[in-house]
Each structure stands twice: as structure tokens, then as C-alpha cells.
Design a protein around this ligand. Structure first.
Ligand code: IPE
Ligand code: IPE
Ligand code: MG
Length: 247
């Protein structure tokens, strides 16, 4: 049986989030420039998005650029931005063909205006698709998101729109940029790093974490299937005992 056939389609994670890491090292191992790695990373994005859509995954978040990544060398940042605009432009027909709706989370006002315009255009062109939600985390950091939410809540409280005593998980969640989506059930990080790097800190509270040493440009559908199969073996307890879950 192929890996794909082993997946129980009735127990798919409703939301998969991926920290796509290792492009730079992949390129350096080959004696190439870091940008060469980012270029090949796009191939992995294509394959994994297609794989997720074929399986019927509803939500896929890809961490493509963090707030902290703005501090990388200027040529890497500008190269990445160019690649981003180019890829998004090129991929819109494929997204539409596969009924994929594009979303973006992050401090997008930090993006060059051309990139932002392309993004908005791509989101508008895929807005009526009803299949996979592809959520690109761009210029994203979780602390940025949480602080932003706190600012808005404080503003709304000051304006008398909300009563601070009524703020609960659901109310707080509604101020996050991921409000429209369920919290990730599976988080994958490639490249053998065991950290979260400012990604979805609040939303990952009960997410199953999967780490692989595969570098992002080598990651393909089959690796996604591996991660999902691993997820399906786990017992998610949410604070309860194993015995309680069997009842
Ligand atoms: C991930 O690969 C892509 C981005 C962060 C934009 P890296 O560029 O971080 O690659 P490594 O971790 O240096 O190998
Ligand atoms: C995390 O990778 C961000 C993205 C994959 C976009 P980094 O390579 O920036 O993370 P650190 O610096 O190793 O923690
Ligand atoms: Mg990295």
C-alpha cells in the first residue's frame, strides 16, 4: 500500500501549519547562493500545496517570511520579495484550477508596494474558491500578532465596545489574524531545528508537533504523507487521561 493509501481520510488534520526551513543550508551544501535554495523551495511549495489539496485538507498555513527575516542581508530580502511576487503571479491559474483560496497573515504593510498589490490581486482572483484555504504567513510573527490583538482589544474596551470582564478565549481569538481558521492540528518544521521561531504561539497550544531533518527544498508530498501518518498515530488528550478518551 502506498503512503497515501495508508492515510485515514476520515481523520485528516483540519489545519496543517508548516515552518518551511532549510533553504539556505540546502543551497550552501551544493556550493550555491542562498537564493538558489529559495528558488527550489518554491517547487516544494507547489508539490505540498497540491498534495494537501488532493487529500482534501481544508487549511494549510505556510510560514514563508518572518518579521525577523527583514533583518537578513538586503540582497537576500530583495531576492525573496522578487521571487514571491513572481511566484504568486504565476500560480494564480493553478490555484483557481485546484479551487484553492489564497489568504495572507502578517504585517503586510512592511512589504514593498508592488508585492502587496500582487498579493491583493491574487487574493481577489481566488476569493470565490471553496476548496483548500492556503494561508501564507508573510512578514508574520506571533508576538506582532498578539500585541496587535491586545492593542485592538484595549481600543475597543476604551471605546466601550467590549466589556473587559467578558474577554474569554473565543473573544481573544476573534482579534487574531487566524480567526477564520481552526487552530492547526499538525505543525511541521523541516531542517532539523526544534523551535517555533515566533510562529502561531497562541494557536499551537494543543497542536501536534512534527520535526523532520529534511531540508525544505527536498520536502515533497510523500514527506507530507509521512507527517500525517505520524499524526494519526498520536493520542490527543487535551489534558484528560488516556482512559477517559477510550470511553
Ligand atoms: C527558510 O529557509 C526560508 C526563510 C526563512 C525565508 P532559510 O533561509 O531559513 O534556510 P536556512 O535555515 O538558513 O538553511
Ligand atoms: C523561520 O525560519 C521562519 C520561516 C521559515 C519563514 P528562520 O530560519 O527564520 O528561523 P530561525 O532564525 O532559525 O529560528
Ligand atoms: Mg532558517
Amino acid at each position: 500500500m502506498s503512503l497515501k493509501e495508508q492515510i485515514d481520510s476520515s481523520r485528516l488534520p483540519s489545519h496543517i501549519a508548516i515552518i518551511m526551513d532549510g533553504n539556505g543550508r540546502w543551497a550552501q551544501e551544493k556550493g550555491e547562493d542562498r537564493l538558489f535554495g529559495h528558488l527550489h523551495g518554491v517547487e516544494s511549495v507547489r508539490d505540498v500545496v497540491e498534495g494537501a489539496a488532493e487529500l482534501g485538507i481544508k487549511n494549510l498555513t505556510l510560514y514563508a517570511f518572518s518579521t525577523e527575516n527583514w533583518d537578513r542581508p538586503e540582497d537576500e530580502v530583495s531576492g525573496l520579495m522578487e521571487l514571491l511576487i513572481d511566484t504568486i503571479k504565476k500560480e494564480v491559474p493553478t490555484l483557481n484550477k485546484n479551487n484553492i483560496k489564497l489568504h495572507v497573515i502578517g504585517a503586510v504593510d512592511m512589504l514593498p508596494s508592488g508585492a502587496l498589490a500582487e498579493l491583493n490581486e491574487a487574493m481577489a482572483q481566488t476569493a470565490s474558491n471553496t476548496g483548500l484555504n492556503l494561508i501564507m504567513a508573510l512578514s508574520y510573527s506571533s508576538r506582532w500578532e498578539i500585541i496587535n490583538a491586545v492593542k485592538q482589544i484595549a481600543g475597543d474596551a476604551k471605546a466601550g465596545k467590549i466589556d473587559p470582564n467578558t474577554i474569554d478565549h473565543q473573544a481573544f481569538h476573534s482579534y487574531l489574524s487566524t480567526d477564520r481558521f481552526p487552530d492547526p492540528e499538525l505543525m511541521i518544521r523541516t531542517s532539523g531545528e526544534y523551535r517555533i521561531s515566533n510562529f502561531l504561539l497562541y494557536q499551537l497550544a494543543y497542536t501536534e508537533l512534527y520535526f523532520t531533518s529534511t531540508l525544505w527544498p527536498d520536502f515533497r508530498k510523500e514527506d507530507l504523507y509521512d507527517a500525517i501518518l505520524d499524526f494519526q498515530k498520536r493520542e490527543r488528550r487535551f489534558g484528560k487521561t488516556g482512559e477517559q478518551l477510550k470511553k
